[in-house]
Design a protein around this ligand. Structure first.
Ligand code: ADP
Length: 435
């Protein structure tokens, strides 16, 4: 604790000491000698105290002060009190810094702070992962050099921060990152980086979907409109031409209807939360119905159709969805196999699971198309698919139905050899009935 008048007491004590020593010195007739010796002793004592103080301040590891009396004792205590105060403040600050650091690491976004020269001042762990930054190991690199893309450089140097920038991640080209920039203290900038891969995929899918649907509807509508424009002169039209016009308009309107029904079916399956393990589906009966439809469809093509169906094998599922998936695969085989081909449909048990397969000896599908044919509107040969009345949604429906039934579509195909589409239903969904 500070004693405010200690320095005064110190001076008074020194004067008193000089007076006492001076008096004793003059008694022995050595006044100046005694005064000089006392002054020397005081200087030596003070120097020793200063030396100790210097040693303690600069070199001692001990925080506790050296106990001494007088003004030096107070100095020690004052310095010690300040040390304790700054230690408390340091601890408080480091606690605040740690919680800020933990907070910034917990952020769902990557954060980078850059200075006016685009040098990295700070970044969180996510930024190091998403952008492949090496800060702080390699200090003060420029973010422009780290990302190394002309559009990013223009974005940063041109200071066009009113709208965010979307670019692929420099660490992983498959990821799309969105960069937003906000001003930060001391002319620095804060970059907030978000993974928008899913969002941009959804956005692309939405755009593609609208473009595809409009395109699919525009073609039949153009044909119908063309014939309708001819109608005012219908009186002069030969009956043969008239019949052709009506047949074509009907075909095109059926095509639009099919497209819309398939779109609705697809969105129904996607939105469906009906449980697939509640109802047992009599798959053999369903396949026999499809078999008679297939035979009707096969009248022109004259394929050899073989149906090998285990009559007691059933699965838990949604009948309407399974009908749609199986008929799509069987009708596709009929459509995409040249006349007089061989098509085999099988429904049997395979290691406790139920297996469905459709094998044809048609043209086959190239490897690069196999991975894409379950995408909406994707067709290998557009013109041919349209001729069959296909909308390009069939396999997409199959894929969704199978996913809903915890299964997936396997496609084995080779050009000039044929295709084999198959799927399996897990043992839990499989049931063998007694009848
Ligand atoms: P689509 O309505 O055009 O038939 P799908 O989604 O059912 O659409 O099929 C997508 C494409 O996959 C078809 O356009 C066709 O090119 C190809 N495809 C489907 N099944 C077969 C098959 N059995 N053999 C050869 N190609 C097929």
């Amino acid at each position: 604790m500070e004693k405010p008048y200690l320095w005064l007491f110190n001076i008074v004590a020194i004067f008193a000491l000089f007076a006492l020593v001076g008096a004793v010195g003059s008694y022995f007739s050595h006044f100046w000698l005694s005064i000089s010796l006392l002054a020397l002793a005081i200087v030596a004592w003070q120097s020793w105290l200063l030396f100790q103080l210097n040693l303690w301040v600069w070199h001692s590891k001990k925080m506790s002060p050296i106990t001494t009396f007088g003004i030096f004792g107070q100095l020690y205590q004052g310095i010690h009190a300040n040390q304790l105060k700054s230690r408390r403040k340091r601890k408080q600050l480091s606690r605040i810094i740690s919680s800020y650091k933990a907070g910034s690491e917990a952020l769902p976004d990557a954060v980078v702070i850059i200075d006016h020269d685009s040098k990295i001042v700070w970044c969180n762990r996510l930024a190091r992962i998403e952008l492949g930054l090496t800060w702080p190991e390699k200090q003060a690199g420029s973010i422009v050099e780290a990302i190394n893309r002309p559009d990013f450089t223009t974005f940063i140097t041109g200071k066009r921060f009113d709208s965010p920038l979307e670019i692929p991640s420099p660490a992983n080209g498959q990821k799309i990152l969105e960069f937003r920039v906000v001003p930060f203290v001391d002319n620095n900038l804060m970059l907030l980086i978000r993974d928008v891969t899913r969002l941009s995929q959804i956005e692309k899918m939405r755009k593609d979907f609208v473009a595809n649907v409009s395109h699919e509807l525009r073609t039949p509508l153009t044909v119908i409109n063309g014939y309708l424009e001819m109608l005012p002169d219908a009186a002069d039209m030969p009956p043969l031409m008239m019949n052709k016009a009506i047949t074509e308009m009907r075909t095109q309107s059926i095509r639009m209807q099919t497209l819309i029904e398939e779109l609705l079916q697809l969105s129904r399956i996607e939105a469906s939360n009906e449980r697939t393990f509640d109802k047992l589906v009599n798959v053999p009966q369903l396949l026999w119905q499809i078999q008679s439809e297939a035979q009707a469809l096969n009248r022109d093509k004259q394929h050899k159709l073989f149906f090998d169906i285990s009559p007691r094998l059933r699965v838990y599922g949604i009948e309407s969805e399974l009908r749609s998936a199986f008929s799509n695969l069987i009708f596709n085989a009929i459509h995409y196999t040249p006349d007089k081909g061989v098509i085999e449909v099988k429904w049997h048990v395979n290691q406790n699971s139920a297996r469905f397969s459709v094998k044809d000896n048609g043209d086959g599908i190239a490897a690069q198309d196999i991975s894409r044919i379950t995408e909406r509107f994707y067709r290998v040969d557009k013109a041919r698919s349209r001729k069959t009345g296909g909308s390009g949604l069939g396999l997409s429906i199959v894929k969704h139905v199978l996913t809903h039934h915890n299964s997936n579509l396997k496609i084995a195909s080779a050009i000039g050899v044929g295709s084999d589409f198959s799927c399996e239903f897990s043992a839990e969904l499989t049931h063998i009935s007694n009848t």
